[in-house]
Ligand binder design. Structure first.
Ligand SMILES: [Zn+2]
Length: 321
């Protein structure tokens, strides 16, 4: 993978108990590996991989929600570092841990955890220094939806423009509860459930038609494509947008060189590869935004032909290098 293409802040989201944390861990290990294999995997053998395996790599920082607990004896605000041993145990034993299970593990009793301003300060403090091993650095934030707004404010600037080689991986169960300021600064990857997403064939065909048109640099057929889309029922139009977002998230994983995260079968993966390789990083963020805007406009019953023409030109323009 061309790691320099990787977005510096990525949110992995999936329902509690599903695969978002395992996938983020996999990506973190890959980022930190100093002997990356050609098959886009961490080598498992290098000095870095030996440390990431047991989660003791000094350039891998964790931020998780915590609170006062019976095991804390000091009086300052507790931070993740106070519970690091327990957190490492979790990572080794149960990567699909739920929020409540974590609070039980650290004896919060009935209290909820939070990511506090003290935590943000502690993290920024660590990030001031150069990475210990001189390579990349990863900050994994589990459940950023538990972040205090003041903590988020403190982190925004760093999240937006981290030092080169620093990657923020956020793992969220409730992305809808994330502060908009955080959400807007991150690339969003929705982790699909274990099963593949079944995209209706017609939708795949419509999308590929559009992509082929854009990638061949001939926008002349865009109007026809928009007319075809406008002739569909409103529900079909909505579902086109819904599935296109999902397909593009899969393409994004392929673009990053992490096809295993896209969970595609061989034929679809080859196809994804052909498209993804020609899609610039900016395409993914820009088009996801436009698709979300289009979905809202469809709800408000705007003219479908106008909407799909404008969407098609957005695709066209952002695919021209
Ligand atoms: Zn390695």
């Amino acid at each position: 993978m061309r790691i320099d293409n990787l977005s510096h802040a990525i949110i992995f989201s999936a329902e509690e108990g599903s695969g978002s944390l395992p996938q983020a861990l996999l990506l973190a290990k890959y980022i930190l590996c100093i002997n990356k294999t050609s098959s886009n995997k961490a080598c498992g053998l290098c000095a870095s991989c030996r440390k990431t395996r047991t989660y003791v790599h000094p350039d891998w920082h964790f931020v998780v929600p915590v609170n006062r607990s019976s095991s804390i004896t000091h009086s300052r605000n507790p931070v993740t570092d106070d519970f690091l041993d327990a957190w490492r145990e979790v990572l080794l034993e149960n990567e699909r841990i739920t929020e409540q299970e974590w609070y039980q593990k650290i004896n919060l009793e009935n209290r909820q955890g939070a990511i506090s301003v003290a935590e943000a300060g502690n993290l920024l403090n660590k990030l001031q220094y150069k990475p210990f091993e001189g390579g990349s650095r990863v900050v994994l934030i589990w459940l950023p939806e538990r972040m205090h707004p003041a903590a988020a404010n403190k982190l925004l600037k760093t999240l937006e423009e981290p030092a080169s080689g620093t990657y923020f991986l956020l793992v969220s169960h409730r992305p809808d509860q994330l502060l908009p300021t955080i959400r807007s600064r991150c690339m969003h990857v929705q982790v699909s459930p274990e099963a593949q997403i079944a995209v209706p064939k017609e939708i795949r065909i419509q999308l590929e038609k559009l992509l082929d048109m854009c990638l061949s640099g001939k926008p002349s057929e865009v109007t026809q494509w928009a007319e075809d889309m406008a002739a569909l029922k409103r529900e079909e139009q909505k579902s086109f947008i819904h599935y296109t977002l999902q397909i593009l998230r899969q393409y994004y994983m392929v673009h990053l060189g992490l096809p295993s995260l896209a969970r595609l079968d061989t034929a679809l993966q080859e196809k994804a590869q052909r498209y993804a390789i020609r899609m610039p990083e900016s395409f993914f963020t820009h088009i996801a935004e436009q698709l979300n805007i289009s979905a809202e406009r469809l709800e408000r019953h705007v003219n479908a032909k106008v909407l799909f023409t404008s969407l098609a030109f957005d695709f066209f323009l952002s695919l021209q290098r």
